[in-house]
Design a protein around this ligand. Sequence first.
Ligand SMILES: Cc1cc2nc3c(=O)[nH]c(=O)nc-3n(C[C@H](O)[C@H](O)[C@H](O)COP(=O)(O)OP(=O)(O)OC[C@H]3O[C@@H](n4cnc5c(N)ncnc54)[C@H](O)[C@@H]3O)c2cc1C
Length: 482
Amino acid sequence: MSLTELHDEPEFLTVAIEEDVLDTLAPAIPAADVDDLRSSVHGPVYAAGDDGMAAEVATWNVAVQHTPAIAVGATCAADVQAAVSWAVAHDLKVAVQATGHGPVRNAAGSLMITTRRMQGVAIDPDRRIARVQAGVKWHRLLEAAAEYGLAGLCGSSSDVGVVGYSLGGGLGSLGRKHGFAADHITAVEVVTADGRLRRATADSEPELFWAARGGKGNLGIVTALEIELVPVGSLYGGGIFFAGADAAAVLHAFREWAPTLPEEVSTSVAIIRMPPMEELPPPLRGQTVVHLRYAYSGTDFEEGERLLAPMNATGSILLGFVGPILTTEMDSIHMDPVDPLPAWEKGMLLAELSADTVDTLLAVGGPQLEIPLIMVEIRLMGGALARQPEVPNAVAGRNGAYSLLVLGPGIPELAQVVPAVGKGVLGALMPWAAPGVLTNFLGDVTGPDEVLNAWPADAQRRLKDLKRMIDPAGIFSFGHAF
Ligand SMILES: Cc1cc2nc3c(=O)[nH]c(=O)nc-3n(C[C@H](O)[C@H](O)[C@H](O)COP(=O)(O)OP(=O)(O)OC[C@H]3O[C@@H](n4cnc5c(N)ncnc54)[C@H](O)[C@@H]3O)c2cc1C
């Protein structure tokens, strides 16, 4: 074949192929078609191999690296519609990423829509409603809402995306008083597999409205949410780091104390193996510690202080601050890492936290063990988290008494060990398991069936029926997909 003949051939792009995801193999795409896509969206379009592709799809949890065939940096709902329609026409599955805090597996060979350019936030203080576009992180919404003495139901880190977090339920520091973040969604604007931009509310598209609030990214690409805000400007909150040697005393005190708390208090406790990083204060650096997190969202801060008091003397305190904080300072409760890191995680629900549960947890995950788990965390649930909102939704795991999450380094050297140890901890706690899992804490899953099992059987049927109807070809099959 001569050079001229070669040039006469249509130009084809190389599609990145991952060995472990052969099912996501994409067909070769003519470059002219990619140019068509470029001219039909406002944001940038990258094809596999283009400079800028890696940065466009970079994750926060760097344990997963995405290698899509095409990435579209959406700037608006119309870009999302164009990208979805183009993907369907080219037989590509569609993935979405806002912040990269929750990748599940490489979206290899997909068309990935990145939403971080969609930064619109508008607050209607009279109706206490925020409208947020798909790329907005929690800190931006918290800051905008705080201007009016309002807050959204942020989780442990305000660096997480509002949309991904809320679609997965969203368990945060105001949760026991106000429920899941998803319980406060009043409208979902979503592009479905047919390329339509739908607005789902309690009145229009009620089944989609039910499913999207908890069903995560399974039904389409959400371009914006409307969210009811709560009238909270400040809280009494923070965290206390106890010495790891006192883990048994602190955890046993926690299990007796936590169920006595009113709904105004959300709390959690975690065994954390701190890395030996210079950035960490000396009392914590390289230490295994027990971190108690506390958030009282009532108005009487003296009451908040009094309710916490029984925990103060349960162990030797290495470091800690609990006091009045603004809602924009809620990150100080959990003190999650901010910089990207490789993480492996998996969660389950507990129906109770008895003395035996705590002893078992300590035996398999306690500070005395040299195991590669960065964190073993127990969050108190109950209160408003256990109640359906006025318009019921598909949030999974509502009836757990506690959430348990294990997290370890997601690095190739420990690719076998960390999941084995993490699953071992969860396995040992199975006698106290409650049905279901919080979708946001599903972590490592074996496949769609395990994802679906997060929900009770009737909700599974409803979700599957809707998915079959609006995404019959299963084009939204990344993330925690069923
Ligand atoms: C440090 C840290 C702290 C966390 N704390 C909490 C917590 O306290 N409570 C809690 O409930 N969860 C928590 N999470 C889990 C977090 O809520 C999920 O990982 C969530 O999916 C992150 O969403 P994202 O958009 O930021 O991440 P991304 O990785 O960008 O997206 C993850 C998934 O969200 C879905 N998604 C994102 N955008 C869209 C969209 N526009 N349309 C449809 N689907 C979309 C998709 O399924 C996507 O695969 C935490 C995670 C981290 C890393």
